[in-house]
Design a protein around this ligand. Structure first.
Ligand SMILES: Cc1cc2nc3c(=O)[nH]c(=O)nc-3n(C[C@H](O)[C@H](O)[C@H](O)COP(=O)(O)OP(=O)(O)OC[C@H]3O[C@@H](n4cnc5c(N)ncnc54)[C@H](O)[C@@H]3O)c2cc1C
Length: 257
């Protein structure tokens, strides 16, 4: 039976903060803190996400749905934060976030999620671009102080580097996007492979993640699927709607293979 859809949660923007030239953090308070606490009380995943329901001027009154990582949900205060990539004037959620001000409202559904650090792993590999950085930030906050491993984050410019608290044994590499090569894939491949069982979390632009890093980890390094959370968060040249079609086509091809 399909799971009944959770009721929408109405949020009000309480602050907007520029984290870097490429990212904005909005903080929200729930209009109904009890409903918020109810929805988030069983959310145990560090990659927990919500579906933003936004007005879409191009879709005859139909709302657009966009997926974002929900950070620091506070059940008592009914608050959360979302870090938005500001990727120009194209799209709906990015431009909405860039213009949002305290008092603006937003309706979300969720949360969903699938990953949390497995504390029995020997080491961790967390990689992505700016869209995956919020979920990487949340995963790092859940790691024990003696955790070992790597974080690799691709950015459009070195000015976009942000403070990223991590255990001392987790090395952080920032790579800058170049037009002629996929820097994220190259940087992950260049990491010295550690001994023991790795748990991987890799999310960002879909081509790089699904066709670059996933085969490297699953086939070349033989990381078991159960130890790998890997998916595209967006796709170059596609809106979230047409990206969903791309994902469905990829799943159909892989299912037939
Ligand atoms: C589980 C999950 C969690 C996510 N968490 C976050 C998060 O915390 N923060 C975040 O910023 N994103 C996150 N994303 C990615 C976000 O959902 C997409 O980037 C989404 O497409 C943005 O919607 P939009 O309306 O701004 O652009 P769309 O209307 O979807 O796309 C318009 C154009 O912008 C391009 N575009 C979309 N996203 C980006 C980008 N990041 N960089 C450059 N160009 C882009 C598209 O290719 C398209 O050409 C997450 C995605 C998933 C699946």
């Amino acid at each position: 039976m399909p799971r009944p859809q959770r009721p929408a949660i109405d949020l009000v923007v309480t602050s907007s903060e520029r984290l870097s030239p490429g990212m904005i953090r909005l903080r929200f308070a729930a209009a109904d803190p009890a409903a918020f606490a109810d929805a988030f009380s069983d959310s145990v995943f560090t990659d927990r996400y919500v579906k933003l329901v936004l007005a879409d001027a191009d879709a005859d009154g139909m709302p657009a749905v966009r997926t974002y990582t929900a950070l620091e949900p506070d059940l008592e205060r009914g608050t959360l934060a979302i870090d938005f990539v500001v990727h120009g004037t194209e799209g709906i959620a990015g431009p909405w976030a860039a213009a949002a001000a305290p008092g603006d409202t937003l309706s979300v559904r969720g949360p969903g999620g699938a990953y949390a650090p497995d504390l029995t792993a020997d080491w961790y590999l967390l990689a992505g671009d700016e869209s995956g950085l919020p979920a990487i930030r949340a995963a790092l906050a859940a790691l024990p102080a003696d955790a070992r491993g790597y974080v690799v984050v691709e950015l459009p410019h070195l000015d976009n580097v942000q403070p990223l608290p991590a255990p001392p044994g987790v090395a952080i590499t920032w790579v800058v996007t170049a037009d002629d090569a996929d820097q994220l894939v190259a940087a992950v491949r260049a990491l010295p492979w550690l001994s023991g069982r790795v748990q991987a979390f890799v999310h960002g632009e879909a081509e790089a993640v699904m066709h670059g890093i996933r085969p490297y980890l699953l086939r070349e390094r033989e990381v078991p699927r159960a130890d790998a959370s890997i998916s595209g968060y967006w796709r170059k040249g596609r809106t979230e709607e047409t990206f969903r079609e791309w994902k469905a086509e990829l799943a159909a091809v892989e299912g037939a293979a």
